[in-house]
Design a protein around this ligand. Sequence first.
Ligand code: RUB
Length: 358
Amino acid sequence: MTDIQQLVQRYQEENLALPIWFEEGTLKVIDQTKLPFSEEIMTCSTVEDLGEAIRSMQIRGSGAIGICGAYGLYLAALVSNGDPEAVKEAGVLLKSTRPTAVNLMKTVDEMTAAIKGAGQELIEVMEAKAVEILERQLAFEYELGRNGAELIEDGDTVMTHCHSGALGGAGYGGRALSVIRTAHEQGKNIHVITCETRPYLQGARITAYELKKFGIPHTLITDNMSGFCMSTGRIDKVVVGSDRVSANGDLANKVGTYMHALAAKEHHIPFYTATSSHTIDFETPSGADIEVEMRDASEVTHLKGIAIAPEGTDALYPSFDITPNALISGIITEKGVISAPYSTNLKKVNAEADKVSQ
Ligand code: RUB
């Protein structure tokens, strides 16, 4: 049995959700654009196919696209019969697909660094590295889940935004849902409010789908209802994921996160981001330095291909926004929960994280 086959077996045994896996020399991806109505599996035979799947959001979520960086380079090694140049080119292609989430950049860099010294064993080295990255990311989900669950009390209603869950991560619960899932598995009686997340509706389609699977009670709201819910005492805590945390603790996450954080501050509701040391980007000083992906305006003017605005309407789609560190009550990581001042305290995580590259 290869490393990859052993990993697939482990996922079945532990009842985890694999967002992406290998089968007969091709990559299989759960098409997230089809959820929750069908669990369609698509095949990527080339790195170009995978790049397109990432661009079109068939596979999405910062952790999952980080895994794409690892598995994509292994695929490139396989398809090219171990050509190091083809693997490097694959890395450049994958990095160009989505700019904001830092995991993808880091996993491609880690895989590319492993080319050096691999020699004739490039395919085997790429496979082992890809498995190592996925296993490490999964371990982080369990660890940050345990750390974050300590902040959740019995009886809490927790609001989340977008989908920071299993299929957007490494299979247990991504970031935010790892915290929520762990608290639930610890026997805490919790309720989740999930924001639908216009315009891609990840919260309505995927978070609600996973919460149902995990058996966690939940209520769906539209994004513009969070202020009402907070002001009427319906929300005790907010936990969101993270696509990138800059060195000063500013957070890039799905657009809408910032307005939830502002409302939470006004109502004295703790606002947490769940992340891992891999998603803290010490090379980016502040949120102002993070590139926010701008997506096609048609994704706002149309829903599943159906126009919802007059033809020719101008629209804007920043896919992420930046939440300033002053609005964040704590940054949940696999090393523990980091509190302000973030510029100082995040460095302590960095010192640990330097020991491993992810
Ligand atoms: C990424 C995304 C959200 C998550 C991040 O956006 O899902 O920002 O909250 O969560 P997209 P995590 O849907 O555009 O890929 O930290 O678990 O990835």
